[in-house]
Design a protein around this ligand. Structure first.
Ligand code: NAD
Length: 260
């Protein structure tokens, strides 16, 4: 019997088969979870629908997380389809491309707003609607990156958004803990995805990570998926408000001595 047998999981943030959310979805399905999916814009339906149907999803809904009406409609559908559910995966981030290059000091007011609203507030918007439907407690999981803690070249406003997201994880964990709902984040090392390709110099960062992270390799969807299974299962039943690093040890390094 799988670790997540009898659990229903909603996955927000699959864009294609390279998405971290898809890696998580596959890992949760392999442990017996029933899955429902939401994608951000109509153009993604042709990619997401076949993936979702391949794991027998009963719910496949478009939802722009910046639109309260769309979020409400999605959770109405969730209620109609499942009644209640157990796991919410939030794997969503966005910043204007212009703000993922050059100097952070040049970030515009609207660019700051876009990044923070889409990448940090959206977790609050989803958690608000999830709470009444997670009747038997559950697990909320989001995705973050080390650029929240230390300066990473070109990550800029997204680093600030991830810092807000991580603080949000702790406040949500405190609010929802009494209802048995746990809230955690996985801080993943670099993985080549659509969102990552918008960050200037990402390929170089990925190569550097493989050379200097203690485990001397890059991170895979599977690495993240397996940690997600743990965090969403009863094995992590007393873990909440945590940022769990899945980065081959990158975050423990103080400095790196160049060898070449
Ligand atoms: P991805 O492009 O596959 O996923 C990003 C998702 O966000 C897409 O599905 C996109 O449609 C969705 N999205 C953006 N704006 C939205 C909106 N307004 N409404 C609904 N959905 C919206 O890329 P990914 O790398 O899988 O990113 C998933 C998460 O993982 C992000 O939070 C990202 O910051 C985080 N992360 C990625 C890496 C990496 O190296 N790829 C590392 C650490 C953390």
């Amino acid at each position: 019997m799988g670790l997540l047998e009898g659990k229903t999981a909603l996955i927000f943030g699959v864009a294609n088969e390279h998405s971290i959310a898809w890696g998580i979805a596959q890992a949760l399905a392999a442990e017996g979870a029933e899955l429902g999916f939401s994608y951000g814009i109509p153009a993604l339906e042709k990619r997401v629908r076949p993936l979702a149907e391949g794991v027998n999803a009963r719910l496949i809904e478009e939802c722009n997380v910046n639109d309260d009406d769309a979020v409400d409609r999605t959770f109405e559908k969730v209620k109609e389809t499942y009644g209640s559910f157990d796991i919410l995966v939030h794997s969503i981030a966005y910043a204007d491309r212009a703000d993922l290059d050059g100097r952070f000091v040049e970030t515009s007011r609207s660019g700051f707003h876009t990044a923070l609203e889409t990448s940090a507030y959206s977790l609050v918007a989803l958690a608000q609607r999830a709470e009444p439907l997670m009747r038997e407690g559950g697990s909320i999981l989001t995705m973050t990156y080390y650029g929240s803690v230390a300066v990473m070249p070109h990550y800029n406003v997204m680093g600030v958004a991830k810092a807000a997201l991580e603080a949000g994880v702790r406040y949500l964990a405190s609010d929802l803990g009494p209802q048995g709902i746990r809230v955690n984040a996985i801080s993943a090392g670099p993985i080549k995805t659509l969102a990552a390709s918008g960050i200037a110099g990402f390929r170089k960062m990925l190569n550097y990570h493989e050379k200097v992270a203690p485990m001397r390799r890059s991170i895979t969807q599977d690495d993240v998926g397996k940690t997600a299974v743990w965090l969403c299962s009863d094995w992590a039943g007393a873990v909440t408000g945590e940022i769990v690093y899945v980065d081959g040890g990158w975050n423990i390094m103080g400095t790196i001595i160049p060898t070449c």
